[in-house]
Structures are given as C-alpha cells and as structure tokens.
Design a protein around this ligand. Structure first.
Ligand SMILES: [Zn+2]
Length: 269
C-alpha cells in the first residue's frame, strides 16, 4: 500500500513539473524559436544587474584602464544600435574585466556582458571583438539563461519524483535510481546548452555583418580559442562552450546562408 501512495505522489509531482514547463512555452520575438521560459524580461534584467558585481569580482573586478573599458563598451553598443537588437527591451552593458589569465566571455540574463582581459589581449582585430560580443548578445536575446533556469526547474521536479518513487526506507542503497535520473537530467541540459551556443554563433554572424564587421572574424576567434586551450591552463571559454573546431564548420555555413552571393565589400576587419 505504501508503495502505491509513493508512486501516486511521484506521478503527481512529475505531472505538475511537466505541465508547468509546457504551459510556459512561447515564441522568442527575436529568434522566432519556440522556447520554455518562466520569467519576464524585467525579471531577467533585474537578475543580471543583481549578479553583475559578484560576477565581475570573480575575475578581478573591472579593468583599471578606463579607456580600454570604454572602447569595449563602444563596440558592443555599435552592435546593439546598428541592428535589430536595439528594438529589444534589453539594456546592454559591456564590461572589460581585469583578469589577465582567464580566457573567457559571458553574458548574464538581461544584457550584462563581460570579457576578460585574458581573452581581449589574444584578439587582433575589432571585428574579432565584435564577434565575441555578438555571440554573448546572442545568449541574451536568445533568452538562453531563462531557458536553462526553466529546464533546471523541470529537471529538479522530475528528479524529485524519481527519488520518491525509487526510495526504499528499508534499503537506502536504492537511491542509485534517483542518482541515475539526476545524471540523465544533467546530460539533457548539456545537450541543450550546445544548441544555445550554436544559435549564439549564428546570431553573432548576423549581428556583426549587419553592424558592418566582417563575420569571418568569428572563425579567427575560434582558432584563437583553440590555440589558447592548448596551454596548461585551459580557457574557461572552451569549458563552458563547445569545441571551437566543431563550431567553425557551423559558422561557415551560417555565413553562406546570410550571404549566398558573397560578402559585401568594405567590411570592418
Ligand atoms: Zn556562448
């Protein structure tokens, strides 16, 4: 009898998690993708602003060179102002971080975008920097953080349900079933994360091109990241992002799709 009650509770928890997830399905106005998010744009912006100082302090805080910081922000703002991104409700800030060792760039939900000095000094052109920032803008307008949070909530609900269904108080070792369920949940998120990265690469190609930068600089960025990952201290960008080598082919395809008749002349390198 106890087993049946446990089973029913587990089914109910799983059902509520799934229904909540599926009811929060909506079309992303920028990308046109159907996605599951359960927070508003205002909540995304507030969350990003709240987390920004803590995030910056993990990478040595903002870079002391005020002019370098202003230049990074200016290139980011050019990407926003000269593309459809300016029509979105997000408020963008582009921050240069002091950390010289870490090779990384990342975006918080709502428009707070960061690049480390360690990555910036490896870049050799304005278009490459635009490519990196364009990729991070892609994460924001793609609402990837909000999507990941909704997925994490679903996974948590399903894992909780599995733990209840498989938990045997007489034999706590049966928790292995719950652990396996948690691992499956993690794998699921990782795969979705890869798709987000590829979508951001595609958006970076589109945004850099629209802003007058050569989108092929994205390919150079991938080569720089690949090279940087050969060092003793692997760049975090390649830990949180898929293998740069695999991304080059996808970026080349995206450029082909955006510019079937070839790239226009006079793009900024
Ligand atoms: Zn990314």
């Amino acid at each position: 009898m106890r087993g049946i009650v446990k089973f029913i509770i587990a089914i109910l928890i799983a059902a509520v998690s799934l229904v909540t997830y599926w009811c929060n399905r909506q079309e992303n106005e920028f990308t046109g993708q159907m996605q599951h998010v359960d927070m508003t744009v205002e909540q995304e912006i507030a969350l990003g602003l709240q987390a920004a100082p803590q995030m910056a302090s993990q990478y040595g805080g903002l870079h002391p060179d005020e002019q370098a910081r202003a230049e990074v922000n200016a290139i980011g703002q050019r990407l926003v102002q000269s593309t459809r991104v300016s029509e979105t409700p997000y408020k963008f800030d582009f921050h240069l971080l002091a950390d010289e060792e870490t090779v990384n760039a990342f975006a918080l939900p709502g428009g707070q975008i960061f690049i480390t000095a360690g990555l910036l000094r490896r870049l050799s052109s304005e278009a490459q920097l635009a490519g990196v920032l364009g990729h991070e803008i892609g994460h924001v307008v793609g609402r990837h953080s909000a999507q990941q949070l909704a997925k994490a909530k679903l996974t948590q609900g399903l894992t909780g349900a599995a733990a209840i269904a498989t938990y045997d108080p007489d034999n706590p070792a049966s928790q292995t079933g719950a652990i396996a369920a948690a691992m499956i949940g993690k794998l699921m998120n990782m795969r979705y994360g890869r798709e987000d990265e590829l979508e951001s690469d595609k958006l970076a190609v589109r945004l850099t091109g629209e802003a007058g930068y050569d989108p092929r600089a994205m390919i150079e960025v991938m080569r720089i990241l690949e090279e940087a990952s050969g060092g003793a201290r692997g760049p975090e960008f390649t830990q949180t992002h898929p293998n740069p080598g695999n991304r080059i082919a996808e970026i080349e395809r995206a450029i082909q799709q955006e510019y079937p008749n070839g790239l226009p002349a006079g793009l900024v390198q």
